[in-house]
Design a protein around this ligand. Structure first.
Ligand code: ADP
Ligand code: MG
Length: 423
């Protein structure tokens, strides 16, 4: 049974926080009362604590299924540092290390075990799981189970099967930051969540002003903006390395304090440029979507998308790097028809190199096309941009936010027919 004081005590004792964020307590309470849960919260909202706290309160072990080795390592390191007995089981361990960790797990040394989905149905892991007292299974990045999702992983489909091998059914909790209607339905069905308590929270970032523009000359639009906002920190996202190079070079010629980041640069240069930006030595970062993961710079005043990204998930995540300090900030998307073509090209190309069988690859491509279309609608809609975005993520806003380019210029005509000559 859920006891608020206990949960708050754990929150303070292990994690050092005094209060829950939106949605956390709701989910924890339901897990503690034995119900499955499904939490849909944006990146940075605090999904990990939602399963880590009940894991510490429940009598048995919690298994956390996570798609990325690096993510598991970080989380386990942080938990160990906080004094929680946790471990991970994945392919980064040698066979010897793996068997030792499994033996320790059998001896009950760990409260939380991160496990890669591919391991679940192996003989050795099942041998452990059948014997152990497993109170909960938590599925992080649960959208990986869905072919509608951004990063479909077939091994996530093994999770539901894994439950068949367990004597008693543990609580199942699932978390994601992506949840279009299709993905949500898939997660519930494919993980076999039973009557889950669901919550979608916190996608609205009220201090961000969202704007879409269709400029005839993107570069001129960007330089004009930067001149008006001198001294402010911002990121300019471009779709390709080539555009990053072009924009960066031209801005330097304009005498602006600019640096750049993309996967084509060497490690050393990437690190240096990133630090120049983080420590305010360079105010403007021109980058591909390779930039930003795990970067927590609070005073980013604007994020300009020089090109339309491939879908709303990417846009939300990248634009969301603005205004982490809560101060008003701007997210400006500069649309051109060429952006659609470039993204279409990427989708078809990725399809050709797909690791999946042709049918699955085509299905995934279909869905990518569908997401691209919804991204494109965002650039053409007359309705409130915030409302459009929130609805995409399954939340409901008012249909007038008063702080997006559509709400602010409802009666202004935009010339969308002008030939796009950017890029
Ligand atoms: P998500 O998985 O949703 O992207 P994380 O679980 O990685 O987010 O958490 C993001 C950050 O928020 C972490 O640094 C975490 O410690 C912090 N955090 C989570 N819950 C709280 C809380 N109740 N109070 C303060 N900080 C919190
Ligand atoms: Mg997370």
């Amino acid at each position: 049974m859920y006891k608020k004081e206990e949960a708050l005590h754990i929150l303070k004792h292990y994690f050092g926080y005094d209060s829950f964020r939106e949605g956390q307590e709701f989910l924890i309470e339901h897990m503690m009362n034995g119900q499955d849960v499904f939490g849909i919260m944006p990146t940075g909202a605090g999904k990990s604590l939602c399963y880590q706290i009940p894991a510490l309160l429940m009598p048995g072990i919690t298994l956390v299924i996570s798609p990325l080795i690096s993510l598991m390592k970080d989380q386990v390191a942080a938990l160990n540092q906080a004094g929680v007995h946790a471990a991970f089981l994945n392919s980064s361990l040698t066979q010897g290390q793996y068997l030792t960790a499994l033996r320790y797990a059998k001896e009950g040394r760990y409260k939380i075990i991160y496990v890669a989905p591919e391991r679940l149905l192996t003989e050795s892991f099942l041998g452990f799981a059948r014997e152990a007292e497993i109170s909960m299974v938590s599925v992080d990045e649960a959208h990986c189970v869905s072919q509608w999702g951004q990063d479909f992983r077939p091994s996530y489909l093994k999770i539901a099967e894994f439950f068949n091998y367990l004597g008693t059914r543990p609580v199942l909790s699932a978390f994601t930051a992506t949840a279009t209607a299709e993905v949500k339905e898939d997660i519930i069905a494919l993980l076999n969540l039973r009557d889950p308590a669901m919550i979608t929270t916190g996608f609205d970032r009220v201090n961000l002003r969202f704007c879409v523009e269709h400029p005839r000359d993107k570069f001129a639009a960007v330089t004009a903006y930067l001149r008006e906002h001198e001294g402010e920190c911002g990121i300019i996202y471009c779709l390709t390395r080539k555009v990053v190079e072009e924009v960066c070079e031209k801005l330097i010629k304009e005498g602006l304090e600019v640096t750049r980041y993309h996967a084509g640069l060497g490690d050393e240069e990437r690190r240096r440029n990133q630090e120049d930006f983080i420590y305010d030595r360079k105010q403007i970062m021109v980058a591909t979507n390779a930039f930003g993961m795990g970067i927590d710079k609070s005073n980013v005043r604007f994020v300009i998308h020089y090109n339309m990204p491939k879908n709303m998930e990417s846009y939300y995540q990248e634009a969301g790097r603005a205004g982490r300090d809560g101060m008003s900030s701007e997210c400006i998307l500069l649309y051109s028809g060429q952006d659609v073509i470039t993204n279409q090209f990427f989708i078809e190309q990725a399809g050709e190199q797909s690791e999946f069988d042709p049918e699955t690859a085509e299905l995934i491509r279909e869905r990518e096309r569908d997401r691209l279309q919804k991204m494109t609608y965002y650039c053409f809609t007359n309705e409130c941009l915030r409302e459009y975005m929130l609805r995409y993520f399954g939340e409901y806003g008012a249909n007038y936010c008063g702080n997006c380019s559509n709400c602010l210029t409802q009666f202004e005509e935009i010339d969308v027919t002008a030939p796009a000559k950017a890029m």
